[in-house]
Design a protein around this ligand. Structure first.
Ligand SMILES: [Zn+2]
Length: 291
């Protein structure tokens, strides 16, 4: 994402005021239904002028080529301002936006939605119940009564390839259509390392013992505010079976079947969309088998 998060500017309210008054300042917006995009030269987030008046609490996303980019929650705008802001654009569900937007814009959309979701659900202090106010131009909320400062929370989720003899462990979640499969995944528990979470999740969901988890890559995932930690792990095999109610089916998939699915030519196996870290890890596993 080509955005300077403006860490030092955030600490200076006067500087934030200047940035807001700059006529070149822009805002990107989202509501509960998705993000505001436009289709002028390819699909991108719509950079709108700031609402007038700009509202009491600015949320600064960062600086884009030196000019400020703010976040606006469409749910908070009166109808007339919302209409003015969305003029020339359309609201696109975030999952669709992930596929329609170029990579850097998808990253910005994830950032925008994660931050707005957090503000929307943390209006009150978890410590004493008083109404909180925005701090650090949107990077925290401060309680005026007990002075607790609240920060946006990110929930770590581990997701992993588990391999045994050129086969990959894939599961179908409850509610997914027949033929859809993806990697196993789950939240990291309090007091647990990500590596421990990989081994525990694989065992809980499939009965398979994984070992040697190694970190590969990560991806922010705003449903609602997760950080996906992608791992690769090995296994000594065994017969997987769905155990904890999250998966409808789980099994080993041979290399050729996974490779065909990754090339969208396996009618019996649909993999997750290309925007997901799951797909990236699966395609990486296929490439490593060919290397
Ligand atoms: Zn408080």
């Amino acid at each position: 994402m080509a955005l300077d998060r403006a860490s030092s500017e955030r600490e200076d309210p006067a500087r934030i005021g200047q940035l807001r008054e700059d006529p070149d300042a822009r805002a990107v917006a989202a509501g509960r239904d998705g993000v505001l995009v436009c289709d002028r030269a390819g699909t991108a987030l719509l950079r709108a002028r700031l609402p007038d008046p700009p509202g009491p609490e600015p949320i600064l996303l960062g600086l884009e080529r030196g000019t400020a980019l703010f976040a606006v929650d469409l749910e908070e705008l009166p109808a007339s301002e919302r209409a003015a802001m969305t003029d020339g654009g359309r609201v696109l569900a975030l999952r669709e936006a992930g596929a329609a937007l170029p990579h850097s814009e998808a990253g910005l959309a994830a950032y925008l939605v994660a931050l707005l979701n957090w503000h929307r659900s943390h209006r009150f202090c978890a410590n004493c119940g008083a109404a909180t106010a925005i701090g650090q131009a949107g990077y925290s909320r401060r309680c005026p009564r007990c002075e607790t400062v609240h920060f946006p929370r990110t929930d770590p989720v581990v997701i992993m390839t588990v391999e045994h003899q050129r086969r990959l462990l894939l599961g179908r979640r409850v509610g997914w259509p027949a033929g859809r499969g993806s990697l196993l995944a789950g939240f990291v528990s309090p007091g647990e390392s990500a590596e421990e979470a990989v081994i525990r999740e694989v065992h809980e969901e499939s009965g398979i013992l994984a070992h040697d988890p190694r970190f590969v890559t990560s991806q922010p995932w705003p449903f609602p505010s997760s950080l996906m930690l992608g791992f690769e792990a090995q296994s000594d095999g065994g017969e997987p079976h769905a155990r904890d109610g999250e998966l409808e089916e789980v099994g080993w998939f041979a290399f050729e079947a996974v490779r065909a699915a990754a090339q969208d030519r396996n009618p019996d196996l649909q993999l997750p969309p290309r925007v997901s870290v799951a797909r990236l890890l699966i395609e990486r596993w296929v490439a490593l088998q060919l290397a």
